[in-house]
Design a protein around this ligand. Structure first.
Ligand code: SF4
Ligand code: SF4
Length: 421
């Protein structure tokens, strides 16, 4: 299906400048990917061996002393509240029967001599005034406040995971690129949105939604220079994910990230071929993972709603999905947020709360940067997440994540609401 009429070739000088920029970028990304590939087989195994030897001797790994980049990020606009990594005592810890592995202990081999600023303070827990979010952890610079824990997490990942990360970095060279010289005029934004969604689905997206890109959807350091955001979701293999937290489920998480990043990149490339600027905001690459908040983008684009466990719940795949975003100026009809009944369900369900080993999930909504919402205690979740190399317990125990159950739950909740209305 083509909904476009091509016209107005843009200036050749722009085309040459774009190609030059792309070549320089490819050299940079290629060099970076190569460096990480070499480190994957040299530096990382060596650092991992050193840490494991220390753990084997029963010694504490002081994160502050770990060889590697040191944090330099400052938060002068925030009060310094030191992080407390000790798990919450909570209620009796319970493991869902369908989960395939016992949950690892919450006794960690690492500690901070001088804890960084609390991740909850960075996230704005308790703040009543709206402000943009700061990136805290995962897939970014190790020079951020929580960089040492992130570094430990990355160092301890097995080589097989590092190889997937290298593939992600290499793939990312195509996330931005030159825009075609010919410009396609869409018949109208509605047809254009349908066309792009169909293209994304043919590339492998399970769910696609579109929204306006507003400042609140971007991290503080990223200026929203595009008009639209296209949210893309791909489900993870549920059978593999029932083994979370383990190397097996972590591999599945990383492979799904690789896949969802690929789809976003292909959509962005396709839009550029139509003559409109577009870039894929992917996961894990140091530059792209600090652009937009994928979960709020996807919620605003109608893919699902925020669950008590802090992840987005979709009716089709529950929380068992990974997300990426495409930013563009191509005129597109936007989708509306969807109420599928998650709030009603979470108010009476405690499954994620009771299964979370460090009891990091708040039982009630919290005020976060001016919005009352479900929230996960960062200081409790992050150490467990790092130690298990990607805990996903809360999203797999969630009833919405059981195959075909989400749509049934949604239907029941909406019917119940209609009866009581
Ligand atoms: S990922 Fe979920 S279950 Fe795991 S520690 Fe964090 S909140 Fe708890
Ligand atoms: S497990 Fe229950 S409380 Fe937690 S997010 Fe899912 S539905 Fe909500």
């Amino acid at each position: 299906m083509s909904v476009y009429k091509y016209e107005q070739p843009s200036k050749w000088i722009d085309w040459i400048a774009d190609r030059w920029r792309q070549m320089r970028r490819n050299l940079g990304v290629g060099g970076f990917s190569m460096a990480v590939a070499i480190a994957t087989h040299t530096l990382f195994p060596l650092l991992r061996w050193m840490q494991q030897r220390q753990i084997g001797r029963g010694k504490t790994i002081w994160l502050d002393d770990m060889p590697g980049p040191s944090p330099t990020q400052t938060f002068e606009h925030l009060p310094f509240v030191p992080a407390n990594l000790t798990p919450n005592p909570g209620i009796v810890r319970k493991k869902a029967r369908h989960m395939k592995v016992d949950y690892p202990t919450t006794t960690y081999p690492f500690a901070y001599r001088e804890p960084p600023i609390s991740g909850n303070t960075i996230n704005g827990l308790g703040e009543v005034a709206p402000r943009r979010a700061d990136h805290v952890f995962f897939g970014d610079s190790y020079r951020r406040a929580w960089g040492k824990l992130d570094w430990y997490f990355q160092v301890m990942e097995p080589t097989a995971i590092h190889r997937i990360i290298v593939r992600m970095f290499w793939q990312d060279r195509r996330r931005v690129g030159p825009v075609a010289t010919r410009v396609a005029t869409p018949a109208n934004p509605t047809d254009a949105a349908e066309y792009i969604k169909e293209f994304a689905q043919q590339s492998g997206a399970a769910l696609v939604g579109i929204t306006h890109l507003t400042e609140d959807l971007c991290y503080r350091d990223f200026s929203p220079c595009f008009k639209y955001a296209i949210a893309i979701a791909i489900p993870m293999n549920r059978d593999e994910m029932l083994y979370t937290p383990s190397d097996r489920s972590n591999r599945e998480i990383m492979l799904t990230y690789l896949d969802v990043n690929r789809v976003a990149i292909e959509v962005a490339e396709h839009i550029r071929s139509l003559g409109y600027p577009a870039q894929a905001s992917t996961n894990l690459a140091p530059d792209s993972s600090v652009e937009v908040l994928h979960v709020p983008v996807a919620i605003k684009a109608g893919l699902g709603q925020l669950g008590k466990h802090g992840s987005m719940i979709t009716a089709e795949h529950g929380a068992n999905v990974r997300l990426a975003t495409v930013l563009t100026d191509l005129p597109l009809a936007i989708d509306q947020p969807r109420d599928i009944g998650v709030d009603d369900f979470c108010a009476n369900c405690r499954i994620c709360e009771t299964n979370c080993p460090p009891h990091a999930i708040f039982p009630t909504k919290q005020m976060v940067r001016g919005v009352e919402r479900w929230y996960v205690n960062f200081d409790k979740c992050a150490p467990y997440f790092a130690e298990t190399r990607g805990c996903g317990i809360c999203i797999e125990v969630c009833p919405w994540s059981e195959p075909e159950r989400g749509l049934k739950i949604m239907k029941t909740l909406i019917e119940r609401r209609n009866v009581t209305a």
